[in-house]
Design a protein around this ligand. Structure first.
Ligand code: SF4
Ligand code: SF4
Length: 274
């Protein structure tokens, strides 16, 4: 895989799985913020054309339910919200023949440039997190909803791939606000830039900021001994961290095989950032 530069700012998300109740507020906020059309009509239209099995819901943030697999009183569940990991070594970028997706130098967010994408879906095949989705049809917004779309967020057309970009337009707003206030847009205060999911979470399970900046909360959170990243041993270097005090969650989250313990891989991998 091609090497990628390390940037001064590393916008990162830390999700405390033990605080997540699986309510779905983050997903709803994401759909609204990023102009994701309700899916029912598109699904019905595709099914009427004979494509029932190929339809995959357009979703930038998916919540997975985890279980410890035990019965009765020992049974335990957890919820794991999964956005795009904004990988430091993104396989999706390496494989794209159109340079339609790239690593943004203003914080390492992995972009998606819709007019360049011609829908080959190599990126989807290469992403180990299933974070990308393909538009099999035009988005259909119910009457009136098109008047409530978020400005500065493109509506995607049939034939292109899309994914979470940490609400990149909000980074642009935050930088503009800093410039107006006479502040340095490259040194945003903690909380000045916040994706919609983090803002909407009622339990405060999603924290967001520059993991390299000691003044941002995520800097310390990502160093927690209970922090881990998904499929870290693939070398993808995700910018999304998870925290759980429950060992079975950490093991499932890092996808260890039964025969392999965290110790065999040099610990849980938390806190590996600049
Ligand atoms: S589907 Fe689009 S973004 Fe993905 S690899 Fe092909 S051209 Fe690039
Ligand atoms: S999670 Fe998938 S889509 Fe996101 S940067 Fe990593 S490889 Fe690319």
């Amino acid at each position: 895989m091609a090497g990628f530069k390390e940037f001064n700012i590393r916008w990162s998300m830390v999700v405390d799985i033990d605080k997540c109740t699986g309510c779905g507020a983050c997903m709803t906020a994401c759909n609204k913020e990023n102009n994701i059309a309700p899916q029912e009509e598109a699904k019905a239209r595709l099914e009427s054309k004979g494509f029932p099995t190929r339809f995959k819901k357009i979703e930038w943030l998916t919540i997975y339910e985890l279980s410890n697999g035990k019965q009765g009183g020992d049974h335990d569940t957890a919820f794991l919200p999964r956005p795009c990991m904004q990988c430091g070594m993104p396989s999706c970028v390496s494989v794209c023949p159109a340079i339609a997706t790239d690593k943004n130098e203003e914080g390492g967010i992995v972009s998606q440039i819709y007019p360049r994408c011609f829908g080959c879906r190599y990126c989807m095949a290469s992403c180990p997190y299933h974070a990308r989705v393909f538009n099999w049809d035009q988005p259909i917004f119910p009457e009136g909803m098109e008047k409530q779309l978020t400005p500065n967020v493109s509506v995607r057309s049939r034939g292109v791939v899309e994914k979470c970009n940490f609400c990149h337009h909000r980074l642009m707003y935050a930088k503009d606000a800093a410039r107006v206030a006479g502040e340095d847009p490259e040194k945003l205060a903690d909380g000045a830039y916040m994706p919609a999911c983090a803002e909407a979470c009622p339990t405060g399970a999603i924290s967001f900021g520059d993991v390299k900046n000691p003044e941002h909360e995520v800097h310390e959170l990502a160093k927690s001994p209970y922090a881990f990243r998904l499929l870290e041993r693939l070398g993808t270097d995700p910018q999304v961290y998870y925290i759980s005090k429950r060992e079975w969650v950490r093991k499932q989250g890092d996808n260890y095989l039964e025969s392999e313990g965290a110790a065999a891989h040099g610990g849980n991998g938390g806190g590996q950032h600049g």
